[in-house]
Design a binder for this molecule. Structure first.
Ligand SMILES: [Fe+2]
Length: 470
């Protein structure tokens, strides 16, 4: 407290000092090295983007996740500086007025992990932090909760704001939706922010968001992760997320050590080394499965374990809808990338086809394509019986070209997209949106009497090709 008073005093003095100088000499010029006390925050001045990189005593990078049972639990992670050695969540059923804070607040202590790293590749400073991780069980389904995270003390300045979130329903037939993002990866603050923000603006009631890997470019960069959290801001703390790692979260076959401290994803996969990267979630009538594509591609034992695990999950699956998400495409789209996903085709596609999964959502190719191996070319409003629908998408600004292939119903280059997928009973709706709210692709999938059909609803806009934008 004394320090705060002192700093406030200094800041007031500096403000007074600068103001006085300006008033007395409005045309004064600052010579090199002239000292006007503008650098009272020396540490901050020496690191550009200081606020995106360094933690403080106040929680930042707050992120809410789906758990294995999202109808009665939530998982939350956040970061503070290392002076905050304990973390707590407070949670209550939200009310119309502020009275939810008076009674019935549940308080749960987080696991706190000290972590430091430095991204020398990007010339970044050493960052020392405590990461706090908590899971709250015993919640009611389909209920709006208010929660906040902090150090557990009385001083509200050391807590986050109260965030709202709604738990999943325990009724299988209740409608829900989720947003699927391909790679954000590059210029995340500058150019990806508009994607996640417009997705939330258009669909503020969305139930969760799904990231198909390569959230950032350089796995250990505190600045890049800071940009990712900045871009989503309170959305990350309000709409639960799930994410699967891409090759940019890996280096030399090792996952970024930031993944597990900063995220809080299910640990129900087949191997310790793919904990929180390969997992399964039951969300109402959807079975949602993340595969760690990089580990799958790099390591034979991981590939075998993931395939065996996936087969066992699917063999006992009672959910009406099943979606798989992973970073690498199973069917390639980008030029010269056919060789890249041979292992996906060889080891994974047979399982996907065996169980006729509904959706396979991927990224990596920095372009857009969507279709099915059972595609019969019936035009943009065609209806066809289908097996699995495969999608490749990109949400950030890095763009590659693609090739027109038989399996594709719709493709596009040089276009930032997010997809909203809505499920209600026998109907799944899929729409790909641009950041300015235009629909680029859409279809409806129905499952009636054991028959699965896709009805294309592709807009009549021209296919976008990169060459047209040079
Ligand atoms: Fe990638």
């Amino acid at each position: 407290m004394k320090l705060v008073i002192k700093l406030t005093g200094i800041a007031a003095l500096v403000f007074w000092s600068c103001t006085t100088k300006k008033e007395s000499s409005p045309t004064h010029a600052h010579s090199e090295g002239e000292h006007y006390h503008h650098n009272v925050y020396k540490a901050q001045d020496s690191v550009l983007n200081h606020k995106l990189i360094f933690p403080s005593k106040v929680p930042d990078r707050v992120i809410l996740h789906l758990t294995e049972h999202p109808e009665n639990s939530i998982a939350v992670n956040w970061r503070t500086n290392a002076q905050v050695t304990e973390g707590f969540i407070q949670i209550a059923v939200a009310t119309d007025g502020p009275e939810f804070r008076q009674n019935g607040i549940k308080r749960v202590k987080a696991d706190t992990e000290y972590f430091q790293n430095q991204s020398k590749k990007n010339n970044e400073p050493l960052v020392v932090a405590n990461y706090h991780s908590v899971k709250v069980e015993g919640l009611q389904p389909n209920t709006i909760y208010a929660y906040r995270v902090g150090n557990g003390g009385e001083d509200s300045r050391l807590w986050s704001e109260w965030y709202h979130t709604t738990t999943a329903s325990n009724l299988a037939n209740k409608a829900f939706s989720f947003i699927y993002f391909g790679d954000a990866q590059n210029e995340v603050k500058s150019m990806w922010s508009r994607l996640i923000r417009s997705s939330y603006q258009l669909f503020p009631k969305v139930d969760f968001m799904l990231h198909a890997g390569d959230l950032i470019n350089s796995r250990d960069s505190n600045l890049e992760w800071g940009e990712w959290f900045h871009a989503g801001s309170f959305i990350h703390a309000t709409v639960p997320s799930v994410m699967t790692p891409g090759n940019h979260e890996y280096r030399n076959e090792v996952l970024t050590p930031l993944w597990r401290p900063q995220f809080n994803l299910p640990k129900n996969g087949p191997l310790k080394e793919v904990e929180e990267t390969t997992y399964v979630i039951d969300y109402q009538d959807l079975k949602l499965i993340s595969l760690d594509a990089v580990s799958f591609d790099d390591k034979e034992h991981s590939r075998n374990a993931q395939v065996k695990w996936l087969d066992s999950i699917l063999s006992t699956n009672t959910k009406k809808w099943t979606a798989l998400f992973l970073h690498y495409p199973v069917l390639s789209v980008a030029k010269k990338r056919d060789e890249d996903n041979l292992l996906m085709k060889k080891a994974l596609q047979p399982v996907i086809e065996k169980y006729q999964l509904d959706l396979v959502l991927t990224g990596h190719d920095h372009t857009y394509a969507r279709g099915s191996v059972k595609n019969i070319p019936t035009g943009i409003t065609g209806v066809y019986e289908t097996g699995t629908v495969y999608a490749v998408s990109v949400s950030g600004p890095k763009m590659y070209e693609s090739e027109d292939k038989k399996w594709m119903d719709r493709r596009g280059e040089n276009i930032q997209l997010f997809q909203i997928i809505s499920i209600e009973n026998d109907i799944l709706n899929y729409k790909a949106f641009t950041p300015i709210g235009n629909i680029y692709d859409a279809f409806e999938m129905t499952k009636v009497n054991g028959k699965k059909q896709v009805r294309n609803k592709i807009p009549k806009t021209q296919e976008r090709l990169k060459k047209d934008f040079k």
